[in-house]
Design a protein around this ligand. Structure first.
Ligand SMILES: [Zn+2]
Ligand SMILES: [Zn+2]
Length: 259
């Protein structure tokens, strides 16, 4: 599995793009930085977008992507997400008011996008991978995703507050290689982190401790740092150590591979 990191921050400033990854060149995982990072030919290679939730830092580039690929792609791009996520996009974004309804143009029969609703804890196949969505706590409906090929599982936890179920399921993954985990606010802002269902460095460490001890060392890539607090967050994250995990910052414009 190859995962290209386009953007991995919790807000936008020059040099810091919001969440967007590309798996095996064809599957986007969230859409916060697709059109600001990918060349047009790379955008045209996307056949699916897995959406974690409807917050704008995770969906905003769907509009620009649609505009770039309309009339240039033979098949529609599938937008996978929970029912509430897809409804939020249909009602508030592709509603012919904020932006065109790309599920109806250029033709109803062969539009730019099709919505593909997925259900909590119902695994599905996606271009040679299997994907298991598991809901995590956040102010809007949010899915984490276990993404598996025959050899490796990568767990993208997405934006989350303190949680339990996803860790219980992670304990059952035999080939878990990596966890993408958020950390948004510095430790002193724990109150805001809890109110907005995000994590601080200390809270992130506590989440990892909920996992059982494993034989293999698991890579943990920290994402969704708010650029405004970047220095403080880096300093505090450097102090978090949890046995069994190799915790590091996710790097924008990097590629993560598990073979
Ligand atoms: Zn976010
Ligand atoms: Zn969010």
């Amino acid at each position: 599995m190859e995962i290209r990191i386009l953007g991995c921050y919790g807000n936008q400033l020059p040099g810091y793009k919001t969440t967007g990854f590309v798996i095996n060149k064809a599957i986007a995982l969230d859409a916060g930085s697709l059109t600001s990072s990918l060349e047009l030919d790379e955008q045209l290679m996307l056949d699916a977008v897995l959406l974690t939730h409807s917050h704008i830092d995770h969906i905003k580039d769907l509009g620009f992507l649609g505009d770039n690929i309309i009339g240039r792609k033979r098949n529609p791009v599938s937008l996978f997400g929970g029912k509430k996520t897809l409804h939020a996009i249909a009602d508030h974004y592709f509603n012919n008011s904020l932006w065109p309804d790309f599920t109806q143009i250029p033709t109803k029969e062969n539009p730019v996008y099709v919505y593909r609703e997925i259900e909590n804890k119902k695994e599905f196949d996606l271009f040679g991978l299997t994907v298991l969505p598991v809901q995590v706590p956040h102010p809007v409906f949010t899915f984490s995703y276990f993404i598996r090929d025959h050899k490796s599982t990568v767990l993208h936890v997405s934006d989350t507050g303190e949680t339990e179920e996803v860790w219980a399921l992670a304990d059952q993954e035999p080939h878990l290689k990596a966890i993408f985990l958020e950390t948004s606010f510095p430790n002193e802002m724990k109150g805001l982190a809890q109110a907005s269902k995000h994590l601080t460095p200390e809270m992130m460490g506590e989440e990892l401790k909920k996992l059982k001890k494993r034989k293999n060392l698991v890579d943990v890539y920290i994402y969704h740092l708010k650029p405004l607090y970047i220095d403080k967050l880096k300093e505090e994250l450097a102090k978090v150590e949890v046995e069994g995990f190799r915790i590091r910052l996710m790097e924008q414009d990097s590629v993560i591979r598990y073979v």
